[in-house]
Design a protein. Structure first.
Length: 307
């Protein structure tokens, strides 16, 4: 076991992404203490070799490295700073040499705020949101977009390499969140456009698998066609072929598109395609599809279940 693997790691937030990420750290030999408000998901990770804590505070008390993977900025802020930033969050309990890595996808302002509070305590905090979805998390094939101190990133890199295939230093605190926001805005646009194109081809009598292969090998090729085809039955490993589950939920995509639109307004940047994608995902969510994979936008555009 390497010296890095002797580090004690706390992992807080064991949802669809956090649980397989934690599992990969366990497989690599790291000693993990985990916490999640949902006891059943925590139990699943404990069965794989982790220790369970009865609170987030207890999880981080003796940790050398702290990971968090939470749904939104408000949850990250409350975890680290406490309710209404009253100081009773876990930041007050984390040891002096502990490295903090937040992998949640949140607004850059919150990431900068919490990292700044950590810095006041002499602690290094990285924002390290990920791309790659649940399948990527399970396979250790995530892409990390990291904001924060370069030396902190080098300390984190052995663990990130266990969970991911690529690690990028985007810049200072909050830069990782900006990178993720822009990537997911483009992803929402690409998935919507890919779904439109396949639907149009099918309406004209083409086989969805054939048109997908044509576009993959032509100028329309993109990630959705290569690894995440939105049409049922075209790609066995894609959520579309499993009733659009599991995967990256519509509501999560809607959240990320909302972050992008908020940023575009604050910075005076025109993002008409991002705005249109957000509107479509908003309609799709309100139709009752919020928990389904985001590639199910094809069905909204199709007007009925595809296939």
């Amino acid at each position: 076991m390497s010296s890095e693997q002797t580090a004690t790691v706390a992992f807080i937030g064991l949802g669809n992404m956090g649980a397989p990420m934690a599992a990969n750290l366990i497989k690599a030999g790291y000693k993990l203490t985990v916490y999640d408000r949902v006891e059943s998901v925590m139990a699943d990770v404990v069965e794989q070799g982790a220790s369970a804590a009865d609170s987030a505070t207890a999880a981080v008390e003796r940790a050398d490295i702290v990971f968090s993977m939470l749904p939104a900025g408000q949850h990250v802020r409350e975890l680290y700073l406490g309710a209404d930033d009253n100081g009773d969050g876990i930041l007050a309990c984390i040891g002096d040499d502990t490295l903090i890595i937040d992998c949640s996808t949140i607004d850059a302002e919150t990431a900068r705020l919490v990292a700044g509070r950590a810095a006041e305590r002499g602690l290094t905090m990285l924002d390290a949101p990920v791309s790659g979805g649940v399948n990527g998390a399970r396979a250790g094939g995530l892409t990390f977009m990291v904001g924060g101190d370069a030396a902190g990133l080098e300390r984190a890199r052995p663990l990130l390499d266990v969970m991911g295939k690529a690690v990028f230093h985007a810049g200072e605190a909050g830069a990782g969140q900006v990178g993720k926001m822009c990537n997911n805005m483009l992803l929402g646009i690409l998935m919507t456009g890919t779904s439109e194109a396949i639907n149009l081809a099918v309406a004209n009598g083409l086989d969805p698998a054939v048109i997908s292969e044509i576009m993959k090998n032509a100028s329309g090729g993109n990630w959705a066609l290569n690894v995440y085809n939105p049409y049922p039955g075209v790609m066995d490993t894609a959520p579309a072929s499993n009733d659009y589950k599991p995967g990256f939920g519509v509501d999560l995509m809607l959240k990320d598109l909302g972050l992008a639109m908020d940023s575009s307004l604050k910075n005076g940047v025109s993002t008409p395609l991002g705005s249109m994608a957000r509107s479509l995902y908003s309609v799709h969510s309100r139709s009752g599809s919020g928990a389904r994979d985001f590639s199910s936008i094809l069905e909204l555009l199709h007007g009925k279940p595809a296939g």
